[in-house]
Design a protein around this ligand. Structure first.
Ligand SMILES: Cc1ncc(COP(=O)(O)O)c(C=O)c1O
Length: 465
């Protein structure tokens, strides 16, 4: 028998306070303030334990619930699948696994294989392991290094953090896995702080930021570098949309030095930027694409590491070799709820034309944020792609000195008090946790966006005067 009645909110809050170790939170304040419990969701909105309604401008806090809350058709698809067969290790196949993989690959020309796992970190670890095994089997241990970019994030495990470009997030978790090497970020707004970027704008900066990667490759030795791992649009590092010319040059560099290109689509994948995948805005041809959050919009835990056939072939060239295959498993990669939910999620995006809505509403929201910038000097830059947007807050537009993180958090808290959940970069980059983040569900309407932007407008007015 349950000891807590599901609608006894006082008991729920006390049980939470006594036993839950929340993600991301310092817990001291929860000794005097109630933890927030989200009880219900519908469309773009969620309700907390007090029955207060919030509009959610960050799709479940961490850009995940792309198709919105309360999707009965996904729940029904998962239910039907679970009562048929819930799990079998992925050494065997499943009906929804095959169906989803086929449908996913139809959106990803040039790629052909789907490896199922259950978190973004894990999907990235799969790609890292594949790169290491390719190095061992095909390059005599050379080409084992993996490049990652300053300000990018690829997950929470120690090796994913080894590829993490956010100093504050990594602090106190070392020592890290060897063989991961940092390359510079490509945030044009902060080009003046980079040696190679000073005075450059637009395509000149984009090409220079990519050339900075080449410099690292030459310094390390091209025969030591196996892969380059990048977010298509950097998420928690400040919503960084790559400048013109960047991706084209990155692709050339990878081809020149035979470096595999791994694109981390954990945030951008499955519609967030208005194309199925973020890299598809830029005509890039990746060797690995990893994805998680929006794959099933949080209705089930599923992540995928998708590869080209060329990568896959490198694991089956010698049948006689007992170590010739990818000897890896993810137990919950065999949960059928994941692909069943992902398939239903993809159908919703297609049936409701959500990619098109994302492009249209994304443009509208960026225009609205730029209009806010005209009214609030504290917004140094508004930027974004599709429904994935950021507003970088600065003390002074001329020097671009970032505002303190506590001021950014005050804006987030003010919005929350108004019933609008927004996000912000936090405890990630020393001195640069100064970007408000927005990633509403792909179903957002103009009215939803107006409500979100109006809350930010009031909050900025109150916090910065
Ligand atoms: C770009 C990126 N990659 C990977 C991850 C890790 O995903 P997960 O938390 O599912 O392990 C995240 C999480 O925020 C992310 O933003």
């Amino acid at each position: 028998m349950d000891t807590i009645a599901p609608n006894d909110m006082t008991a729920i809050v006390e049980a939470d306070r006594a036993h839950i170790w929340h993600h991301l939170l310092p817990h001291k304040p929860l000794e005097t303030n109630d933890p927030r419990i989200i009880v219900e969701g519908k469309g773009m909105r969620v309700w907390d334990q007090k029955g207060k309604e919030h509009i959610d401008a960050v799709s479940g806090g961490v850009w995940t619930v792309n198709v919105g809350y309360g999707r009965v058709e996904i729940a029904d698809a998962v239910h039907a699948q679970l009562v048929k067969i819930n799990f079998f290790a992925q050494s065997a196949g499943s009906i929804p696994g095959s169906q989803f993989a086929e449908r996913l690959i139809s959106k990803m020309p040039g790629l052909s294989r789907v490896y199922f796992a259950n978190s973004g970190s894990e999907a990235n670890e799969k790609a890292f392991k594949m790169v290491r095994q390719i190095s061992a089997r095909h390059h005599g241990g050379k080409k084992h290094k993996i490049l990652f970019r300053h300000r990018d994030y690829h997950g929470t495990t120690i090796t994913a953090l080894s590829a993490g470009g956010q100093d504050q997030r990594n602090a106190q978790y070392g020592p890290f896995t060897p063989g991961f090497v940092s390359v510079p970020h490509c945030l044009e707004y902060r080009a003046h702080e980079q040696e190679f970027g000073k005075g450059l704008t637009g395509e000149d900066y984009g090409v220079a930021a990519a050339n900075a990667i080449e410099e690292v490759i030459l310094r390390e030795g091209p025969d030591t570098v196996g892969a380059l791992c990048l977010e298509p649009v950097t998420a928690g590092g400040g919503v960084i949309v790559p400048p013109k010319g960047y991706w084209e040059r990155v692709q050339e560099i990878c081809e020149k030095y035979q470096i595999l290109l791994h694109i981390d689509e954990v945030v951008c994948g499955v519609g967030r930027t208005g194309t199925w995948f973020g890299y598809q805005h830029y005509g890039v041809k990746p060797d690995f694409v990893t994805m998680a959050k929006g794959v099933a919009s949080g209705y089930a835990a599923i992540s995928c590491c998708v590869t080209s056939e060329k990568v896959f072939e490198m694991f089956k060239d010698d049948h006689a070799d007992p170590l010739g295959y990818f000897r890896d498993i993810s137990t919950f990669g065999g949960c059928t709820a994941g692909p069943a939910a992902a398939l239903a999620n993809m159908k919703i995006i297609e049936n409701e034309d959500l990619l098109e809505n994302t492009l249209r509403m994304g443009d509208y929201m960026l225009d609205q944020l730029k209009a806010l910038q005209d009214r609030h000097a504290v917004i140094g830059e508004a930027r974004g792609k599709g429904l994935f947007l950021g507003a970088e807050l600065v003390k002074d537009r001329h020097t671009r000195e970032p505002v303190a993180e506590k001021m950014v958090q005050a804006v987030v808290a003010d919005c929350m008090a108004q019933g609008t959940i927004i996000g912000a970069t936090n405890r990630s980059l020393d001195g640069y946790n100064n970007t408000l983040c927005f990633s509403p569900a792909l179903i957002a309407t103009k009215d939803d966006i107006d409500q979100i932007v109006s809350s930010v407008d009031s909050a900025l007015g109150r916090v910065f005067g």
